[in-house]
Unconditional design. Structure first.
Length: 61
């Protein structure tokens, strides 16, 4: 967890000013949705896209 990146991005307008602002950063291995050598979408791309969309909807509520 928190590797290779740690933390998340919050616009400075809200940073430490608005307690209701929450931020989450989700890291996803590129090889799960694309061929890293060619940059083309993998057979798994659509499935990953649906899964990520579901996670975002859950977090938004």
């Amino acid at each position: 967890m928190d590797r290779p990146f740690s933390g998340s991005i919050v616009p400075m307008k809200y940073w430490q000013k608005e307690p209701n602002v929450k931020s989450v950063m989700i890291e996803i291995r590129r090889d799960l949705y694309m061929n890293e050598k060619t940059g083309t979408k993998s057979h798994n791309f659509n499935e990953m896209q649906k899964t990520i969309s579901k996670i975002i909807k859950i977090l938004a509520n």
